[in-house]
Ligand binder design. Structure first.
Ligand SMILES: Nc1ncnc2c1ncn2[C@@H]1O[C@H](COP(=O)(O)OP(=O)(O)O[C@H]2O[C@H](CO)[C@@H](O)[C@H](O)[C@H]2O)[C@@H](O)[C@H]1O
Length: 471
């Protein structure tokens, strides 16, 4: 079985968040299970991608409204990734340092998708399945099933995985001419709320829709940033498959990004050395519990509450708090300002730092995830793998993966998103921490939980097989 994943992110070549982690790891596990797995993503202007040995395998020109763009498909010549990667090089649109947040993102994403399909048209060996990730590739299921020039691809099953339904990539009908010719009677497939909505389009046109946890699938029927009616209507073809993590990269015994490697036998001493580095770096007292947050500073993650959570907590509890993240400029500046108020007890690194994130998983005492929406969440899975106790709101994938200590579990959970409830959870966490015997016993147990892709990759394979059989 030959599966092509189309995505804007793929770790380690381009990662903004969890999408990159998933597309950089699921294909590796699918390959190990016998699937021929390929990923196609943009050729960005970043040092990781620029230095890759590549071979040009296809060149063409694509048309976007009244503009046309030359593009090349590059095949990466490297076995290091564990699966085959192809890169779409469109100099004017994709060869940029960042993945997202340009004024012409619509043009960039549509052009990427057209380039992918033009290349597949030309390929001798077609994929058996095209697996699309998020709205950036959400037009592919429509293009394959509706557009005249892609008629010969119509029998290739398409899958959409929703990593985050908050972002849908809407654009106006003024840009309808970006879409190659199709039967205008079917224009409704592109529509949601009088816009072209690539995520809605994919939900309508893909053969199957998956979300990254079962609970998120259920929650989307009630709240999906405007798409709940559509998701309820399409629920027969939807399924929630829990994300896994890459156990080779996220392995405290071998992780090259942490100061001290450790396994379950020396977890306490190993983690202490990493904590000591963190405390030195950020001016904390190593004897106090360290609560950390890692992530995009956006509303869905509850990041707007973080400044008040820090103030409330540090007024009442003698602990340290460290925040690593970037996003909403107002949240960033409020978090930075707090440093003066709580010197040596609170600190923040505003920005993206992969190595620091690994050090935090390996050295902090609690990981805070006060998410409003959490389709799966990988941070809590990394945290379990490294022996770090998660404090989470019971939502989406957090609900599926973290069990409260009060229910014989290993994490601290609460149901609402407000400062007081998060503070109460932190307080409960600190009481748990003070019982060092129980706390260390739990740490040793959580590192053994298997959240690798082994289980979920098999579920994807079953899904692919069912689609091939239904043809
Ligand atoms: N400033 C920073 N510095 C270093 N590393 C940082 C960082 N900010 C975030 N990260 C890293 O980015 C990843 C975040 O992954 P998540 O799954 O938690 O969130 P995200 O919302 O991006 O993903 C979406 O897609 C994923 C994948 O399906 C779902 O799990 C999730 O719920 C959904 O919102 C982790 O690897 C984390 O360590």
């Amino acid at each position: 079985m030959r599966v092509l994943h189309a995505s804007l992110e793929c770790y380690p070549l381009a990662k903004v968040g969890g999408l990159g982690d998933v597309v950089g790891s699921l294909p590796k596990y699918l390959t190990e299970l016998g699937c021929t797995t390929e990923v196609i993503m943009p050729f960005f202007d970043n040092p990781r991608i620029n230095k890759l040995p590549c071979e040009n395998v296809y060149s063409d020109t694509l048309v976007l409204g009244s503009d046309s763009f030359d593009f090349t498909i590059k095949k990466v010549i490297s076995v290091e990734f564990g699966f085959q990667i192809y890169l779409v090089d469109i100099k004017e649109l994709l060869y940029r340092p960042n993945v997202y947040s340009y004024d012409d993102d619509t043009e960039r994403f549509v052009a990427f998708q057209i380039a992918v399909l033009n290349w597949i048209l030309y390929k001798d060996i077609k994929p058996d399945i095209i697996h699309c990730h998020d709205h950036h590739t959400g037009l592919i299921p429509f293009l394959v099933s509706q557009v005249d020039i892609y008629q010969s691809l119509i029998d290739i099953p398409t899958i959409l995985t929703i990593h985050n339904a908050q972002y849908q990539g809407q654009f106006s009908y003024e840009k309808l001419d970006y879409i190659p010719q199709f039967d205008l009677h079917n224009i409704g497939l592109l529509d949601w709320d009088q816009c072209i909505n690539p995520l809605a389009t994919a939900i309508k046109c893909a053969w199957k829709v998956t979300t990254v946890s079962p609970s998120y699938m259920n929650e989307l029927q009630g709240e999906a940033n405007g798409l709940e009616r559509l998701l309820s209507h399409e629920k027969e073809k939807c399924i929630g498959i829990l994300n896994g993590i890459d156990h080779q990269i996220w392995n405290p015994e071998t992780d090259p990004m942490i100061i001290s490697n450790y396994g379950s036998k020396n977890i306490v001493s190993g983690r202490k050395k990493n904590k000591s580095w963190l405390c030195k770096e950020f001016g904390f007292d190593i004897d106090k519990p360290l609560v950390a947050f890692i992530g995009r500073l956006v509303y869905e993650k509850g990041a707007d509450l973080l400044p008040d959570i820090v103030s409330e907590t540090l007024q009442h509890l003698d602990i340290n708090i460290l925040i690593l993240g970037s996003g909403d400029p107002e949240v960033e500046s409020r978090l930075s300002e707090l440093k003066e108020r709580f010197p040596n007890r609170y600190n923040t690194y505003i920005g993206y730092d992969e190595k620091l994130s690994h050090m935090i998983y390996a050295g902090a005492d609690f990981l805070l995830m006060p998410s409003r929406v959490e389709p799966c969440g990988l941070n809590q899975l990394y945290s379990l793998r490294y022996g770090l106790i998660p404090i989470v709101r019971r939502i989406g994938g957090l609900k599926d993966t973290v069990i409260d200590i009060g229910d014989d579990g290993f994490g601290i959970c609460h149901d609402q998103v407000n400062v007081q409830d998060v503070y109460n959870s932190i307080k409960r966490g600190i009481e748990f921490y003070n019982d060092q015997k129980e706390y260390k016993k739990t740490q040793k147990e959580i590192v053994k939980i298997d959240h690798s892709w082994n289980n979920s990759a098999n579920q994807y394979i079953e899904l692919y097989k069912s689609l091939k059989q239904s043809q």
